[in-house]
Design a protein around this ligand. Structure first.
Ligand SMILES: C[S@@+](CC[C@H](N)C(=O)[O-])C[C@H]1O[C@@H](n2cnc3c(N)ncnc32)[C@H](O)[C@@H]1O
Length: 463
């Protein structure tokens, strides 16, 4: 019996005809084939499609499929804006579409409607919470967004194929698809024309551009033990003013403190501005991806937490200190913002960004391991170890029970929860409910147009 769920019979793909049902979390729609659930990509609710089974092990509870032909199209279907990500064009050419624009075949308004349905379903099913009771008013478009939903990514990561071409991965696959544009990225990324650089022998290329349009930083990721000088050669071909660095990955990324970042030209960091503050973000260090996200989220968090002078707050999963800086300003010298970030490189950025702000206490470590201890230390130093408010912005996996319990034990009156995943947000909501918190208000922002992702900002208060 095979334990692989990937359908290896590529020479003889199994095509099935499916009537498409509801949208599901993760960028799929649900269909049924001979009683079994099939998660179908690149289809829309109501459509009749022919789909290639991409995972179809007999023993699997559900299968996966990708649309290759639309027999009855939804009224919301539109031509895909990006050939490399267009599933139908890819199927016709006998290749897979690149991931990262999996909703590009739907009108933008319909994409947001689907995200709203998915969000509501996750909250009710996993969070036992009615989002409408918390004022959920549908997925919002951030102020300043382009009407076509393109040109928003300030960060992009590419692979390099064996022929040295800039490429991206197909969904859940090692298959590399060469690309010569990235329509979701800001113009400054496409203006680099990375696909024209000599990349053969490099592992990946990552690019970041400051949200306000400053000079880009290109990271050339070298294979461990790869030929020397490849990154230097590619960097020389970049336009003047573009910074470049090389990373040799030894099982991790530079911001994890396990890789090495080598300056090739210009700076190894980006200067970002948001919420009236300046930030330095090194190499691979975390910064919000959508050009409008940092300002939009900081404003939402400040509105929900409503910080006052002298208050004690915590910014958890703090990154380079995006929320810590404005919160520290609001609580003033008599207050406290405990800023906890796990990645050593990103935490070093936070330390630099908050240098000279004594009320911001930067702690590097995992929230679930450090929060209770940091508060205990404050209690031993004469405080009560309590917090007035908390903002948490965990990675896709969410905060988890241990972190939720420690946050609740600190007794904050207000918790602002920023989330990029409705499922983990919903699960954490259920844990917060067990600790006596309820969702008072929730907003969902479309900070990832043309993908299935969404950003949530929830305000929790004591029940
Ligand atoms: C979604 S980002 C948010 C960063 C920041 N709030 C911002 O908006 O720029 C999540 C951050 O959490 C960090 N992280 C992931 N797991 C963590 C953990 N268990 N404890 C602390 N930080 C963690 C990541 O390194 C990343 O910087």
């Amino acid at each position: 019996m095979t334990h692989s769920t990937i359908d290896q019979r590529a020479a003889e793909p199994r095509i099935v005809e499916l009537r498409i049902g509801a949208p599901a979390h993760g960028g799929h729609c649900v269909a049924r084939h001979e009683g079994r659930v099939v998660f179908v990509r690149h289809a829309l609710p109501g459509e009749l499609v022919r789909a290639r089974l991409t995972e179809s092990a007999e023993e699997a509870r559900f299968w996966r499929a990708d649309t290759v032909e639309v027999l009855e199209a939804s009224e919301h279907r539109v031509p895909h804006f990006w050939a490399a990500a267009d599933a139908l064009a890819a199927a016709a050419a006998g290749r897979a579409p690149v991931g990262g624009a999996e909703f590009g075949h739907a009108e933008l308004g319909h994409q947001r409607e689907l995200k709203g349905r998915i969000f509501r379903e996750q909250l009710v099913r996993l969070g036992r919470t009615d989002p409408d009771g918390a004022g959920f008013a549908g997925v919002e478009v951030p102020a300043g967004e382009r009407a076509d939903g393109l040109g928003w990514r300030t960060r992009a990561a590419f692979s390099v194929d064996e022929a040295g071409r800039l490429a991206m991965n197909a969904f859940r696959s090692n298959e590399l698809v060469p690309v010569r544009e990235m329509p979701l990225a800001v113009d400054a990324v496409n203006a680099l024309r990375l696909w024209e650089l000599p990349l053969r022998g490099l592992a990946r290329v990552e690019v970041a551009v400051p949200s306000d349009g400053g000079a880009p930083l290109v990271l050339f990721v070298e294979h461990d033990g790869g030929a020397p000088g490849l990154a230097d050669r590619a960097a020389k071909r970049l336009a003047e003013g573009v910074s470049a660095a090389a990373i040799t990955q030894k099982g991790g990324s530079a911001s994890d403190g396990r890789g090495t970042l080598r300056r090739l030209r210009g700076r190894t960091w980006l200067g970002e501005r948001a919420a009236g503050h300046s930030y330095r973000v090194t190499g691979e260090g975390f910064w919000q991806i959508h050009r409008l996200a940092a300002d939009t989220l900081a404003a939402a968090v400040l509105q929900d937490l409503d910080p006052r002078p002298g208050q004690r707050l915590a910014d958890l999963y703090a990154g380079a200190g995006l929320f810590t800086a404005p919160l520290a300003e609001a609580v003033g010298a008599a207050g406290l913002v405990l800023s906890i970030e796990g990645a050593p490189g990103t935490s070093r950025d936070a330390r630099r960004n908050l240098h000279g702000v004594p009320q911001a206490q930067v702690v590097q470590g995992r929230v679930e391991k450090t929060l209770a201890r940091a508060l205990q230390e404050r209690a031993e130093a004469g405080g009560d170890g309590k917090l007035d408010g908390v903002v948490l912005d965990p990675p896709r996996t969410g905060a988890g029970k241990m972190a939720v319990r420690q946050i609740a034990q600190a007794g904050p009156a207000r918790i602002s929860y920023v989330s990029c995943d409705p499922a983990s947000f919903a699960r954490d909501l259920a844990d917060f409910a067990r600790e006596g918190y309820r969702l008072e208000k929730v907003r969902v922002l479309d900070l990832y147009p043309h993908t299935h992702h969404m950003e949530t900002v929830g305000l929790l208060v004591r029940a």
